[in-house]
Design a protein around this ligand. Structure first.
Ligand SMILES: CC(C)(COP(=O)(O)OP(=O)(O)OC[C@H]1O[C@@H](n2cnc3c(N)ncnc32)[C@H](O)[C@@H]1OP(=O)(O)O)[C@@H](O)C(=O)NCCC(=O)NCCS
Length: 185
């Protein structure tokens, strides 16, 4: 399943995307909670784990510009729990040369609509570094509200303050069944 917006389409990640995603992650390590360098071996191991997750519970999308076909970034909907109808939005990244065009907003809005309208989830959660005000602006505009903060210990002397944001589905109807969508190309 591809998600289509005005300028972007979100396409589920495939094995052929692994190396470029690894490079994106390594080039932007500081923006991620796990900011260690990812080796090709670690990426392959991660892919094996990701591929064996129950279908429809974790989806990473590659965002492409519809008109140019160029890769713009990535986003994911993960820890999708159909019992509690909750999921997380994360791994949000616009590659540096494409920043400044509000593509991040379009990606997050597309994933939100997919979660609420297609899967019919009840709640979305996103966590971000307190210092990442740009990301928080995007999540706020999308409809997330800040509900709290927590500490994340990085080393014995280094920590991050994490902002927790949530959004509930404004048209949530408990009688409409949740749909586990297996996202494939
Ligand atoms: C966060 C990120 C995805 C946003 O990329 P983008 O879509 O190109 O963002 P833009 O520069 O277009 O800014 C989006 C909006 O954020 C707001 N914004 C920009 N700079 C801001 C700042 N310093 N503080 C607060 N809000 C800011 C603006 O409202 C802007 O929209 P506008 O300029 O059209 O009004 C991108 O910077 C990125 O990939 N960063 C590294 C990874 C990351 O931090 N991911 C989030 C982890 S939770």
């Amino acid at each position: 399943m591809k998600l289509k917006g005005g300028r972007l389409q979100l396409i589920p990640i495939q094995e052929k995307d692994l190396e470029k995603v690894r490079q994106w992650r390594n080039d932007n390590k500081d923006a991620f909670f796990d900011s260690s360098e990812i080796s090709p071996e670690a990426q392959a191991k991660w892919w094996k784990k990701y591929s064996s997750l129950p279908p429809g519970t974790d989806t990473i999308f590659i965002a492409k510009n519809i008109f140019s076909g160029e890769d713009v970034g990535m986003v994911s909907l993960y820890d999708i729990d159909i019992d509690t109808r909750t999921a997380y939005v994360g791994r949000v990244l616009i590659i540096p040369k494409h920043r400044g065009h509000n593509y991040g907003q379009e990606m997050v809005d597309l994933v939100r609509d997919f979660a609420f309208e297609t899967i019919r989830l009840h709640k979305l959660i996103v966590e971000t570094d307190l210092l990442n005000t740009k990301a928080q602006t995007i999540y706020h505009v999308s409809g997330f509200l800040t509900i709290g903060q927590r500490f994340m210990q990085i080393t014995s002397y280094l920590f991050r303050i994490i902002v927790i944001m949530e959004m509930t589905n404004p048209s949530h109807d408990i009688k409409r069944p949740v749909r586990l969508v297996e996202v494939e190309e």
